[in-house]
Design a protein around this ligand. Structure first.
Ligand SMILES: Cc1ncc(COP(=O)(O)O)c(C=O)c1O
Length: 464
């Protein structure tokens, strides 16, 4: 009997067989990594310092020996082209020389005091230039920058709720871990907000804090904001964390118009979409959010994130926070804006993630996209590929998804694991979640082609 075709077009039995083969190859090539993982299991939960690292595709995670430029070396001495780049934290490339020099200088001049530095003023002005918002604050993570932006929005609007896109990711921000239940394809069903899968111990049921709207659905957004209970809409201009989902023409313009009409603060989270250009999608499209969050990349690997606000929001914040309360109130962080992070951000923004760097990164992502598209065509896989600036992604569906639910409906974790492991065994690291690749200014065409060759070989085994 012919097995039923799966939505990905691949026979599950083939995937399973290849996965067993690749798991054995991986284990054989990594005795030292295996020993390190066994040792780590004695003191770390699941043998990793942060539990999401268990998501690496091998039988145990790779342990890092060193990373430099666009490459990483594992504890067993194998070289990898690094296409995950610390999930954007290392988009500047590992160990960019200007960042190292600035950090070394600052280590000797004062790591953390309680005082602002000239670098902070320089970085604020540079972020204002790139993103068009005049007033900035710093944190150590994008998660914190998002949390604080939401607090500010609630404080200045006196509204209780926030809104997000379905299947968004903005860090571990409680209000954002919500989805809609029911059938996304049923136009008559009234869909309720529910905690998303994996929402661990939520403080409150997110249906009390959050409205959820499908990406690319302006009518749903209008309905969610119309009663003027929503303080802020927090969005990635394109979804990047469930797989890349791009805006339909006019979507982001519509979002701006609707949020303005209903008095909802629009927050663009550019933490990942900075891959679109020096000013992210906001700068590239000339958009005017009320607030903007950027994290990970801007310190070249040193912890730093930022949130910016329009002049109007800044005035409302100043009016809402009396001097006596400036040090408390749910917004803070002892090391936020500390000297070392500001020195790193000045170097990363001023000397590494420049216009010229993006001019190198974008053609590399186009090359990756073209290579993957050609392999998909050659092997007649019912898959597609999407690109957002220096980042690209393939999907197990014949056309790119229009919203998060559509992407989620086409996830195949077994197949994903196989493809990640397949390329890892051939010297390429992909982000452990979904099928995304990111270029740095020092990634080379040969690095891109290493992935293309391995991907093509995998598709030959899966489809031919
Ligand atoms: C869009 C977006 N915002 C915020 C975050 C949170 O960043 P961090 O974990 O550094 O706080 C992430 C992390 O992946 C992200 O993709």
């Amino acid at each position: 009997m012919t097995p039923a075709p799966s939505p990905t077009g691949v026979e599950p039995a083939r995937v399973r067989a290849l996965l067993q083969q690749e798991l054995a190859t991986f284990a054989g090539r990594h005795p030292r990594t295996h020993a390190l993982h066994e040792r780590a299991r004695e003191s770390l939960l699941n043998g990793v310092p942060m539990n999401w690292m268990v998501k690496w595709a091998g039988p145990f995670p790779l342990f890092l020996e060193a990373a430099s430029g666009a490459h990483a070396t594992c504890a067993d001495g194998h070289d990898y082209v690094d296409l995950c780049l610390g999930d954007t934290g290392a988009m500047a490339g590992h160990g960019a020389a200007p960042v190292i020099a600035a950090v070394e200088r600052q280590l000797k001049r004062g790591i953390t005091t309680m005082l602002p530095t000239e670098d902070a003023a320089w970085v604020g002005a540079e972020l204002a230039r790139r993103f068009g918002l005049p007033s900035w604050q710093f944190t150590l993570t994008a998660t914190d920058a998002n949390r604080f932006s939401l607090r500010i929005a609630r404080a200045i609007t006196s509204r209780p709720l926030v809104a997000v896109h379905e299947w968004c990711y903005h860090g571990s921000v409680d209000e954002t871990f919500a989805v809609l239940d029911g059938d996304p394809g049923d136009p008559f069903e009234r869909r309720r907000v529910v905690p998303r899968r994996g929402n661990l111990g939520p403080q409150v049921d997110p249906s009390q804090t959050t409205r959820v709207v499908p990406y690319n659905d302006l009518a749903a957004l209008d309905a969610a904001l119309r009663d003027r209970q929503v303080a802020a809409l927090l969005i990635e201009p394109a979804l990047t964390n469930v797989g890349i989902v791009l805006p339909a023409p006019g979507y982001l313009e519509g979002v701006r118009e609707i949020t303005r009409r209903h008095g909802t603060i629009l927050i663009h989270d550019e933490t990942h979409t900075i891959c679109a250009g020096p000013g992210g999608m906001t700068g590239a499209g000339g958009f005017e959010p009320d607030m903007l969050v950027i994290g990970k990349t801007i310190g070249g690997g040193i912890p730093v994130a930022a949130y910016g606000m329009s002049g109007e929001v800044a005035e409302r914040v100043k009016a809402a926070v009396p001097h006596e309360d400036a040090d408390v109130g749910g917004i803070g962080g002892t090391l936020a804006g500390y000297a070392l992070s500001m020195a790193a951000a000045r170097a990363a923004l001023g000397e590494v993630l420049t216009e010229a760097a993006f001019a190198r990164m974008l053609p590399l992502a186009e090359r990756w996209e073209a290579g993957v598209a050609a392999a998909i065509k050659r092997h007649a896989a019912p898959w597609s590929v999407t690109r957002l600036g220096a980042r690209a992604e393939y999907h197990f569906m014949p056309r790119p998804p229009r919203d998060g639910a559509e992407q989620i409906a086409h996830v195949d974790t077994e197949l994903e694991r196989l493809l990640h492991l397949w390329v890892m065994n051939r010297g390429v690291l992909m982000t452990p979640f979904h099928n995304m690749a990111l270029m740095s200014p020092v990634t080379t065409p040969e690095d891109v082609d290493r992935h293309t060759a391995a991907f093509d070989e995998a598709l030959a085994r899966l489809f031919d």
